[in-house]
Ligand binder design. Structure first.
Ligand SMILES: [Zn+2]
Length: 132
């Protein structure tokens, strides 16, 4: 597995603190779940991934741009990450989890990210929770 998930990153800590202050409680890095989500909010049936724009190939994002040199190498590497993210999403959704993805670049606007997260949680609460 990539080193992205093996240790805590600054964006991860930033987001964690943000939602913790807003009263959300979570568990970290559940290794039993596909893709080892960064945060798990069981109460809301939700897992959170905090993605580095570059490593996870954020579309239309400056930070997601691949370097001009070694293009082939980076394309292959990042395409693999994107494919793996997609597989994990399918598995998690299949198991009834809802997935919230935070991109590194979104953390420039903490209020905006928190609002987006709260809106997401509200939409979860509005739906029937189907996970056993
Ligand atoms: Zn981005």
């Amino acid at each position: 597995m990539s080193r992205i998930h093996s240790k805590e990153t600054a964006p991860e800590i930033t987001f964690r603190k943000l939602i913790h202050r807003a009263g959300f409680r979570y568990r970290l890095h559940d290794k039993t779940l596909p893709g080892k989500p960064d945060l798990i909010l069981k109460k809301y049936n939700t897992v959170v991934f905090i993605h580095g724009c570059f490593w996870h190939g954020h579309q239309n994002c400056r930070r997601g741009n691949k370097p001009k040199t070694n293009k082939k190498y980076w394309n292959a590497k990042i395409d693999r990450n994107i494919a793996r993210d997609k597989e994990n999403r399918i598995k998690l959704e299949g198991a009834g989890w809802r997935i919230f993805t935070v991109w590194e670049c979104e953390l420039k606007d903490l209020d905006g990210v928190l609002k987006k997260f709260e809106t997401f949680i509200k939409s979860v609460l509005g739906k029937k929770i189907c996970r056993k």
